[in-house]
Design a protein. Structure first.
Length: 96
C-alpha cells in the first residue's frame, strides 16, 4: 500500500480531502463590477467554472452583496491561490 494516496497531515488537520467541492463566501458592496470581478478572478484558477456555481444574496438594505461560490478544487495550493486572488481585489471586503 502506497502512502501517496493519503491526504497530507496539513489537509487532514483542516478536514479536507482533495479533490473536493468547497464553498467560498465573498462579500462586497453591491455593484455590477463586484460580481463580475469575483467571477473573473475565480475563473483564472478554474476556467470551467459555471455561472450556476455562484449564488448571490443582497443584504437587507441592498448595500452589500454576499456571493457563495461552489468550486471543485484539486489541492490546497489551488484553494489558497483563489483566496489570495480574491482578498487582493479592492472590490472584495471579506472572504470566508
Amino acid at each position: 500500500m502506497s502512502n501517496s494516496s493519503k491526504p497530507s497531515s496539513t489537509d487532514e488537520k483542516r478536514g479536507l480531502t482533495f479533490p473536493c467541492e468547497f464553498v467560498i463566501k465573498v462579500f462586497g458592496l453591491t455593484s455590477d463590477e463586484f460580481e463580475n470581478n469575483v467571477l473573473q478572478l475565480v475563473r483564472k484558477h478554474l476556467p470551467d467554472l459555471s455561472g450556476k456555481a455562484i449564488q448571490n444574496r443582497p443584504s437587507k438594505d441592498g448595500k452589500y452583496l454576499a456571493l457563495s461560490i461552489t468550486v471543485n478544487v484539486t489541492n490546497q495550493a489551488q484553494l489558497d491561490a483563489i483566496y489570495r486572488e480574491l482578498t487582493s481585489d479592492p472590490t472584495v471586503l471579506m472572504v470566508l
